[in-house]
Design a protein around this ligand. Structure first.
Ligand code: DC
Length: 226
């Protein structure tokens, strides 16, 4: 197999990673891998079984019964398959966001998902987003970008997204949940959210989508021939 390129995008919840990565993947003809969706699928599976994300024994006991598939449709949209069932819609709730953050702290969960993520990157040109892509999953990624924004801006973006989808939302509650997730994701002992040493930091607080995209393309263009 020839050389494949990897672009790693990490950052806290609501920094705009998936919106930007999706658009870039389309433009560059790369495969977009949303790794948060994989952790969400684990959380959703355990939730269906009534296992609390804080119940370490329960998580360990039931993990064996979970098979996760990642599929892509003709439009390049990622679908999460949980034991044969497409759960791509079900995993997108605030409740599952919180639970995914908790289950992602277990080493056994991270280990189970590591090869799956690396395997996609071995076979395809990828733009992969998450929390530990540049530090752990793809430490040799050709481009590493750390996308961030103030917590107020991130909360407002999440709020707008949920309202647009017709879901109920309260801004102050969302900000609280984001702060809690930031804390959990940055303080866990295994693969915490942090900027890789060779990562380029991009604060998107004062940028619109077009502005972020332009800046990202400039950063990427300096590292790989696109
Ligand atoms: O990106 P997201 O909001 O869909 O991610 C949900 C949770 O999954 C996040 O709070 C922490 C966890 N996660 C992780 O630990 N490592 C990743 N690479 C991606 C997500």
């Amino acid at each position: 197999m020839g050389k494949t390129y990897s672009i790693a995008i990490d950052g806290p919840a609501g920094a705009g990673k998936s919106t930007i990565a999706k658009a870039l993947a389309k433009e560059l003809g790369f495969c977009y891998v949303d790794t948060g969706a994989i952790y969400r699928t684990v959380a959703y599976f355990l939730d269906l079984l009534g296992v609390s994300p804080k119940d370490a024994d329960g998580v360990e006991r039931y993990l064996d019964e979970l098979t996760i598939g990642i599929e892509y449709d003709e439009e390049g949209k990622q679908h999460m398959i949980m034991n044969g069932m497409d759960v791509s819609g079900e995993i997108r709730t605030q409740d599952i966001s919180q639970k995914a953050s908790l289950v992602s702290a277990y080493p056994i969960v991270r280990e189970m998902l590591l090869d799956m993520q690396r395997d996609v990157a071995r076979k395809n040109n990828v733009i992969m987003d998450g929390r530990d892509i540049g530090t752990v999953v793809l430490p040799k990624a050709d481009v590493k970008i750390f996308l961030t924004a103030s917590v107020e801006v991130r909360a407002k973006r999440r709020y707008d997204e949920l309202i647009e989808k017709g879901q109920k939302a309260e801004l102050s509650q969302i900000q609280k949940e984001i702060e809690q997730r930031d804390y959990q994701d940055t303080h866990r002992p295994i693969a915490p959210l942090k900027m890789a040493k060779d990562s380029v930091k991009l604060d998107t607080s004062d940028l619109d989508i077009a502005g972020v995209l332009a800046e990202m393309k400039r950063i990427i263009g300096e590292k790989i021939p696109v």
